[in-house]
Design a protein around this ligand. Structure first.
Ligand code: HEC
Length: 466
């Protein structure tokens, strides 16, 4: 039998969407540390490339043998910026780095765009609620009953045969990408009745200035009407941080099992602000469900920062969900032209926008030469070209037992729902669940175990094909 090299095995597993785990071999670990210290700034996290070529693929411009790699490390490459490291390391250090480059790297996969298998034949698609106008968020409150937001500013209680508007919700501004956005219910909704909304809010004095705002309230039936009552503001930016653009408002609401609420605000089209902790945009925020600030939020001791910030450098998060089994905060965010990201959001971490990105400016010009830099997290996976990710959930139902625990990610431009297989923080692969039914704004598991998808004018229900 022909011998297969370790590198080609790694490449093979990457093609299959399998993430190679980092070897626990001590030489490789030492090599990884040296790599992180001396090489990552150019060659990128996990050897993925950046200013300098990827060393996770199987393309070796200067030769692929250990001796070839050693020669490059020793002598550098004149004129292109690869430094000579002959005197910087011991021979053992160099061998350890080669061991890391050879096999120890955690290969990051790039999520496939078109060349991805489809499981569409396993589902049947039926209209569940029609004649809706740009439904943005769906949240089930019963077996056949959901709260549904329309971007234009209406909140509905919807079932397959009836629809009631909830009267008295706060005014939102339906401008470009803004409007009434997400709706979510409290993890203890059955007991406390709290309903959460995110929306585009206009500054009271300068109404052209907008920002994402988060409130909660309760829905009360009076006579035959459903009224929004007991409203509380949970997050509102400082008036001087409202902006008059119509871009990138975020925003999904999700909860972990420790009483926290997470929501995202996009960069509002002001990309540099995503790196500025004194600004609320370009961030994932974490608050308690009553709007108070968790004492262990990462920037509570920084008097310039918004104390609600949990992570930063996030371009436009329109999918956020806490995985019920792992409690990982999964997030999908829009890249520019390319570089849509799937991230595992962690406290205090910089996700790099706009300093690093796999995308380009919409004009096609280079936005940043970096896909990786020290101190900035890599996405778990990324889609280039962009699919325009929007809406994210974890499948938790019983109708499709083999899909339990997988992520459901919607996409606007690509008009797909993707079923993403993850293992803890690793991306394993994905399949297309539905395609070409229209731009997907939200996707969720119903109480009946079916999957519900918000399309431009309706919500469809996916159940097992007969
Ligand atoms: C200042 C930026 C920079 C740093 C730091 C750097 N490299 Fe490079 N490296 C480059 C560039 C640029 C090239 C590609 C030259 C080309 O494409 O012609 C390169 C090429 C290489 C290659 C050849 C790849 C091939 O395709 O054959 C190897 C191997 C390599 N570098 C290893 C390392 C190691 C190991 C370190 C850390 C000890 C390191 N580099 C640090 C910029 C850098």
């Amino acid at each position: 039998m022909k011998k297969i090299s370790l590198t080609s095995l790694l490449i093979l597993s990457a093609c299959q969407g399998v993430q190679a785990s980092s070897a626990a071999d001590p030489a490789t670990e030492r090599g990884a540390k040296l790599y992180q210290q001396y090489c990552i700034s150019c060659h990128g996290a996990n050897l993925a490339g950046g200013q300098a070529p990827s060393m996770a693929d199987d393309n070796w411009e200067y030769g692929s043998s250990d001796a070839d790699i050693l020669k490059v490390i020793n002598e550098g490459i004149d004129d292109v910026g690869m430094p000579a490291f002959a005197d910087s390391f011991t021979e053992a250090d160099k061998q350890d780095m080669i061991a890391y480059i050879r096999g120890g790297a955690e290969l990051k996969t790039t999520a496939p765009i078109d060349d991805v298998s489809s499981v569409e034949s396993q589902v049947q698609i039926q209209d569940w609620a029609t004649d809706l106008n740009e439904p943005w968020g769906i949240e089930f409150i019963g077996q056949d009953r959901a709260l549904v937001t329309e971007k234009s500013g209406k909140l509905w209680q919807v079932s397959s045969n009836a629809r009631n508007e909830i009267i008295g919700i706060p005014a939102s501004v339906d401008k470009r990408q803004g409007g009434l956005m997400d709706v979510a219910i409290d993890p203890d909704y059955a007991r406390n009745g709290w309903v959460y909304l995110s929306f585009t809010h206009a500054d009271e004095e300068k109404s052209e200035n907008l920002m994402t705002k988060i409130v909660r309230g309760k829905i009360e039936a009076q006579n035959s009407a459903l009224l929004w009552t007991q409203e509380q503001t949970l997050f509102q930016a400082k008036p001087e941080h409202y902006l008059n653009t119509g871009f990138h408002f975020g925003s999904r609401i999700t909860f972990d099992n420790k009483g926290h609420l997470y929501f995202g605000i996009g960069d509002r089209g002001k990309k540099e602000m995503a790196q500025d902790l004194s600004r609320p945009n370009g961030k994932i925020h974490r608050i308690m469900r009553d709007g108070s600030i968790p004492k262990d939020n990462p920037f509570v001791d920084n008097s310039d920062a918004y104390a609600t910030i949990f992570s930063y450098g996030n371009r436009n998060p329109q999918g956020t969900i806490v995985h019920p089994e792992t409690q990982i905060v999964w997030e999908t965010e829009h890249g520019p032209k390319g570089g849509d990201e799937l991230n595992a959001i962690k406290s205090g971490v910089n996700y790099g926008w706009p300093k690093i990105s796999y995308g380009r400016n919409y004009s096609g010009t280079v936005l940043t030469p970096h896909t990786a830099l020290p101190g900035m997290a890599q996405p778990v996976s990324q889609w280039t070209p962009s699919i325009a990710v929007c809406g994210l959930d974890v499948y938790t139902g019983d109708l499709f037992p083999e899909w339990k625990g997988r992520l459901l990610a919607g996409s606007l431009a690509n008009q797909t729902v993707r079923l993403i297989d993850v293992d803890n923080e690793s991306y394993l692969g994905e399949a297309i669940l539905i395609k070409d039914k229209g731009r997907v704004r939200d996707v969720t598991t119903g109480w009946d175990g079916a999957i519900y998808v918000a399309l431009p004018n309706k919500i469809v229900r996916l159940s097992p094909a007969p």
